[in-house]
Design a protein around this ligand. Structure first.
Ligand code: KIV
Length: 268
């Protein structure tokens, strides 16, 4: 069978050009079969988020996710995504121990994992890191607002940048991330009007999560929007399907048929 070569892959230049013309769709995925499904219906970007620590590995927060975890899951997603652009999260502390470590870790997510870009949390304080990674030829997606890797510092998962001072700081940080070379930026859990202002002031696209309708695109955790994970579901999440119920119904039916002897049937 000949290899399929006619599939156009979403690139950073396509994502940049979508700003102002078409909203960008992004969803998380952490394995091959889910990535294939998300990719097959034309989602622009797939994020291998470190939220895999919660939904795939059962941790309380994302600080326990390692580079090895991220590479393992990114490899699986990259094999399933023929069209969507795959962005891999840089896990906790993977870019805070110096420029060398940061570029090396970002490089591993591309070379070993097969991602097309990396995402990292932070503003002015990581600008130098963003520039170094970008200069190494690796596209970077920024992440501001509620940055889950700093949950212990933030004191919980709540809306950020609600005061005038913190809103101004967020705008400064967003501009620093753009100037450092990021091609897009995730804005998580910030007031809608602030997300609108940031989206208007930046040239790069903003991808919102719990940040309202004015961003240039939206991202959600796949397991949240499909009803596959109920340990904690943020209030901004919309349920687009109840896959969890489909799975438990199917499994319960299977158990019933195994117990009753209805499945399997004997073949002569
Ligand atoms: O890890 C993740 O899934 C994320 C999204 C919530 C944006 O960073």
């Amino acid at each position: 069978m000949s290899k399929q070569t006619n599939i156009k892959k979403v690139t950073t230049s396509i994502i940049r050009k979508m700003k102002g013309f078409e909203k960008i769709s992004m969803l998380t995925a952490y394995d091959y079969s889910m990535a294939k499904l998300v990719d097959s219906v034309g989602c622009n970007m797939i994020l291998v988020g470190d939220s895999l620590g919660n939904v795939m590995l059962g941790y309380d927060d994302t600080t326990h996710v390692t580079m090895a975890d991220m590479i393992h899951h990114t490899k699986a997603v990259a094999r399933g995504a023929k069209h969507s652009m795959v962005v891999a999260d840089m896990p906790f502390l993977s870019c805070h121990l110096g420029v060398y470590e940061a570029v090396k870790n970002a490089g591993a997510l591309i070379a070993e994992g097969g991602a097309a870009a990396v995402k990292l949390e932070g503003g002015e304080e990581v600008a130098e890191i963003i520039t170094a990674i970008t200069n190494a030829g690796i596209p970077v997606c920024g992440h501001l607002g509620l940055t889950p890797q700093s949950v212990n510092q933030l004191g919980g998962y709540r809306v950020q940048a609600k005061t005038e001072e913190s809103a101004e700081k967020l705008i400064r940080n967003a501009k620093a991330v753009e100037e450092a070379g990021a091609f897009c930026i995730v804005l998580e859990c910030i007031p809608h009007e602030l997300a609108k202002k940031v989206s208007e002031e930046l040239n790069i696209p903003t991808i919102g999560i719990g940040a309202g309708p004015y961003c240039d695109g939206q991202v959600l955790v796949l397991h949240d929007m499909l009803g596959m994970f109920d340990d904690y579901v943020p209030s901004f999440v919309k349920s687009f399907a109840n896959v969890g119920e489909v799975i438990t119904d199917g499994v319960a039916k299977y158990i019933e048929e195994v117990k009753s002897g209805t499945f399997p049937v004997s073949k002569k």
